[in-house]
Structures are given as structure tokens and as C-alpha cells.
Design a protein around this ligand. Structure first.
Ligand SMILES: CC(C)(COP(=O)(O)OP(=O)(O)OC[C@H]1O[C@@H](n2cnc3c(N)ncnc32)[C@H](O)[C@@H]1OP(=O)(O)O)[C@@H](O)C(=O)NCCC(=O)NCCS
Length: 177
């Protein structure tokens, strides 16, 4: 427990789910969305409407998280969707699933454990929401993301051919929670 004589500073510290060095992981706020949308444009070829981000936040704030630096600037996020449908892990049957829709860290801040921490905290949020499994799609060429997911315990379930607009295939990766 960090002791602090300034109550204002302590209030800010308490909003973090976790610290990663100088960075903090916390739940996304509505006012964070413009920063998140700009990181999404900088880091990924898949983009979404503003209302899509708003809906994900309204629907599942436990699994929409941001990473901020020491100055309070948002430098990464993870956004998920809670779904109910066929299990990716059981041969038959339905499951409540946490779908990792988008995760990104600005290039200058990568390789410091932030992506992994965002994912781990989002997986905790999915469990809180009663999910029994999680899944995501990832470009087959995205080695750094695939390594991160494998290290987190995801396994490749199938390949979706021509999944992305430019024709690239996606691995569907899943993990029991
Ligand atoms: C994927 C991404 C979110 C990872 O974020 P990050 O903060 O750099 O990741 P971390 O530092 O937490 O590293 C997590 C794991 O990923 C792996 N990893 C990270 N960068 C890597 C690289 N360049 N090459 C190989 N493995 C890498 C490491 O194995 C690491 O695990 P370890 O520390 O236990 O060894 C980040 O690279 C990114 O934003 N990429 C662009 C957007 C993107 O591709 N998102 C995924 C779409 S499906």
C-alpha cells in the first residue's frame, strides 16, 4: 500500500487496476474515446465508428480498459465485447464469451509489458461478467500479437481465410477462463 499525504493524489492512484512501471491500467471513461480512436487509427488497419466504441463501453466497462503514462496521456487500450454463442473450445454447446475486439499500444511504448497487462486485466473483467471463454481474431502475419496471445494461454482454433478486407487470413485464437 503506497502511503500518500495528499488525498487528491491517492484518489488518482486508486483508479488504477494495476501499475506497469510508470504506466497505469484503468477502466476507460467516455472522455478517453477520442484518444483511443486516434490510437486505433495509428496502430491498426481495422477501424470502427464512434458509436461502436461508445456501445462497447456502455455494454462492458469491465473489459474496456486504457493504459496511461505518468502524465495521464492514454497510450494503449483494449476493447472487448461480451457475446453468447457456440463455444470455440467445447465440441458442442453454448458459452458466454469475451471477444477481444481491439487491443493496441502506441509504438513508442511497446515491449514494456503494457499489452500483456491490458489483456490480463480484460480477461479478469470477462470472468467478472461470467464468461467461460475468450476469443479473438489476429492477422496470420502479426507475430508480436500472436506471441503475446500464446504466452497468455490462447490456442489457435481455426483459420478464417480472407477474413480481412485486404484478403489476409486470420487465426481465431481462444482460451478457457
Ligand atoms: C500487440 C501489442 C498490443 C503488444 O503490446 P506490447 O505492450 O508491446 O506487449 P508487451 O510488451 O506486453 O508484450 C507481451 C508479449 O508479446 C510478445 N511480444 C511483444 N512484442 C513483440 C515483438 N516485437 N516480437 C515478438 N514478440 C513480442 C512478448 O512475448 C511479450 O511477452 P513476454 O513479455 O512475456 O515475453 C502491440 O504490439 C501493438 O499495439 N501492436 C499493433 C496493434 C496490434 O497488432 N494489435 C493486435 C491486433 S490482433
Amino acid at each position: 500500500m503506497i502511503s500518500c499525504s495528499n488525498p487528491g493524489v491517492r484518489a488518482v492512484q486508486n483508479i488504477f487496476l494495476r501499475r506497469v512501471g510508470e504506466y497505469g491500467i484503468r477502466k476507460c471513461l467516455l472522455e478517453d474515446l477520442p484518444s483511443i480512436i486516434s490510437i486505433n487509427w495509428a496502430a491498426l488497419p481495422e477501424h470502427y465508428s464512434d458509436s461502436f466504441f461508445e456501445e462497447r463501453l456502455r455494454e462492458s466497462p469491465e473489459t474496456f480498459l486504457v493504459a496511461e503514462d505518468a502524465k495521464g496521456t492514454i497510450i494503449g487500450y483494449v476493447m472487448c465485447r461480451i457475446e453468447y454463442g457456440f463455444s470455440h473450445l467445447k465440441r458442442y454447446g453454448l458459452a458466454r464469451k469475451g471477444h477481444v475486439v481491439s487491443v493496441a499500444v502506441l509504438e513508442a511504448h511497446r515491449g514494456k509489458g503494457i499489452g500483456k497487462a491490458l489483456m490480463e486485466e480484460a480477461l479478469k473483467g470477462m470472468k467478472e461478467r461470467g464468461c467461460s471463454e475468450t476469443y479473438l481474431e489476429v492477422r496470420v502475419s502479426n507475430d508480436s500479437a500472436i506471441t503475446m496471445y500464446k504466452n497468455l494461454g490462447f490456442q489457435t482454433v481455426t483459420t478464417h481465410h480472407g477474413y480481412y478486407r485486404d484478403g489476409e487470413d486470420a487465426y481465431l485464437m481462444s482460451k478457457a477462463l
